[in-house]
Every structure is written in structure tokens, then in C-alpha cells.
Design a protein around this ligand. Structure first.
Ligand SMILES: *[C@@H]1O[C@H](CO)[C@@H](O)[C@H](O)[C@H]1NC(C)=O
Length: 285
């Protein structure tokens, strides 16, 4: 209920929604990182529009970094012929050598062909952990919620409450887990037709430009950095709770449904790249 009230407040305010329970506004909580002229506040500031044209794509980022927590946003992706476009929503430690990163990348497609969501996880500089899922709905027809939950036990990427990826803390198997570096929240829209759609076979159709993606209802809850040093290790943070340490039976059922019906690529089973299965892949959920 409290959440609903807050949501209503946000919708009448500027760019919704909340950062650690307080209403967020685009100007207060985010900064444009790439091409001011290609990001517009719309609907009286309730949402923003990202623009990709021949001149430029664009991007924005949170002003603060966070160490553990959950980040959600609602996104409406480029409609129609979006082949060659990539819309991304990710967390990144902004450290070159020992990068931590949690990625959602939405790979556009020709009209009527499914959008692909690629996820990737970098821990202490090691990435190359791509998984791809074709979405089971048209993500350009309406807004859908995309969330990253990150705690000491796991990272969960979810789409409308359906987990599409679970990355467990497998430090016990010697796999680095992102846990020391805070990460900022980033979004970009850009052209990547050398690889994005059918491996680069489908090129962007510039006659369809400009391309638009829409964002609203940011919800960031986490330990803001810089901030109290004790926050990140506090076991009472809700995102560390028992319910978030593993999937519930219902979540597990949904996750298996996605993997069985919509997953089109998993680095874990790519023998040409990984003749020896990476240790984190052995763990199951
Ligand atoms: C695009 O559509 C093709 C054909 O249906 C499909 O194989 C592919 O996975 C889709 N996504 C991308 C990003 O190419």
C-alpha cells in the first residue's frame, strides 16, 4: 500500500519513481552521459525518451553508485523495424581493470521477429558469460519491468517478475562474485548492427530513423555510495532476506519455463567457446 501511494506521488511529480523510498527525479538522480540532444523528458517529465539517429545514440546514468540492492525500471523498446539497435540497462563499477558489471541488452530485430535479451555478468574483470532469451511478448508495444536484484547470495535478472537469469555466488568454487565495488546504473541506446541482429546479418534501416526507446518508473533501493560503510554488510537489508537468497518454488517454475522455451543461447553449453564447462555453470540454481 505504501508503495502504491508513493507511486501515485511520483506520477504527479517529475520523472518517477523512487530512490531508497524517496521520490526520484531525472534531474536529481540521473545525469546524461552521452548526447544531451538525444534525450528528452516527456509526459511532463514522467518519462524520458531516448533517441537514436544517424548522428548519435545517447545514454544516461545514475549520479550515485550502489553496493547491493535492487534496481528496476520500466522500458518500452524501439518498435517496428529495430534491427541493429541495442538498448541497454546495466550496472557497472566504472573500473577498467577489475570491472564488475550486470547487463541487460535488448537486441532489436526486423518487424515481427522477436527481440532478444542478452544478459552478462562481469565479476572482478571476468565477463564472457552471455545468455540470450527471446522475449515472449512484444516489448515495444508497452512498458515492462526489468529488474536486477543483487545481494551477497545471487544476482537475479527478471522481466515482469519472471527470473530470466540467476547468477549464484560461487566463490566457494573459486568464481569471483561482484561484492566489493559499488556500481552505477546506466542506460544507453545505440547502433550495433555489426553484431546485434542475427549476428550482424541484419543491418539497421536508417530510413526508419529516428528510433525511440522510453523509460519510466525508476526504482532503486540499495546502499548508496558514498554512504554509511556498514550499510552493504547489514543482513537486515530487505534484499538480503531469506526470500531473496534463492528462488521461491513459483519463481523456479517460471525460470525453468523461460529456460526450456525461450532461451536461445547459453555460454554454459557453448563447447566451442568453453570446452571445459565453467564452474559456475555446474551449480544449478
Ligand atoms: C531475430 O529474429 C530471428 C528470426 O526469428 C531470430 O533467429 C533471432 O534470434 C532474433 N533476434 C536477434 C537479436 O537476432
Amino acid at each position: 500500500m505504501a508503495k502504491l501511494v508513493l507511486l501515485t506521488l511520483c506520477l504527479v511529480g517529475l520523472f518517477s519513481c523512487t530512490v531508497n523510498g524517496r521520490p526520484a527525479t531525472f534531474l536529481q538522480d540521473f545525469r546524461v552521459t552521452w548526447s544531451d540532444s538525444h534525450i528528452r523528458q516527456i509526459e511532463g517529465g514522467k518519462a524520458i525518451q531516448l533517441i537514436l539517429d544517424r548522428n548519435s545514440g545517447c545514454g544516461f546514468a545514475s549520479k550515485y553508485q550502489y553496493l547491493f540492492g535492487r534496481v528496476c525500471m520500466k522500458i518500452k523498446l524501439v518498435p517496428g523495424d529495430s534491427a541493429g539497435t541495442v538498448t541497454a540497462f546495466y550496472m557497472n563499477s566504472d573500473t577498467d581493470n577489475v570491472r564488475d558489471e550486470l547487463d541487460f541488452e535488448f537486441l532489436g530485430n526486423r518487424s515481427g521477429q522477436p527481440y532478444t535479451v542478452q544478459t552478462n555478468v562481469y565479476g572482478h574483470g571476468k565477463g564472457d558469460r552471455e545468455q540470450r532469451v527471446n522475449l515472449w511478448f512484444d516489448p515495444a508495444a508497452d512498458f515492462h519491468a526489468y529488474c536486477i536484484l543483487w545481494n551477497h547470495h545471487q544476482v537475479i535478472f527478471s522481466v515482469d517478475d519472471v527470473p530470466i537469469r540467476v547468477y549464484k555466488n560461487n566463490e566457494a568454487r573459486g568464481v569471483p562474485f561482484p561484492k566489493f565495488q559499488p556500481m552505477g546504473v546506466y542506460s544507453t541506446l545505440w547502433e550495433a548492427d555489426d553484431w546485434a541482429t542475427r549476428g550482424g546479418l541484419e543491418k539497421i534501416d536508417w530510413s526508419k530513423a529516428p528510433f525511440y526507446a522510453y523509460y519510466k518508473d525508476f526504482d532503486i533501493e540499495g546502499c548508496q555510495m558514498p554512504g554509511p560503510a556498514s550499510c552493504a554488510s547489514n543482513p537486515n537489508n530487505w534484499w538480503e532476506g531469506a526470500a531473496y537468497q534463492q528462488l521461491s518454488p513459483q519463481q523456479a517454475t517460471r525460470y525453468h519455463w523461460v529456460r526450456a522455451n525461450h532461451m536461445i543461447y547459453d555460454y554454459c553449453t557453448d563447447k566451442s567457446r568453453y570446452p571445459v564447462t565453467p564452474p559456475e555453470c555446474m551449480a544449478g540454481i
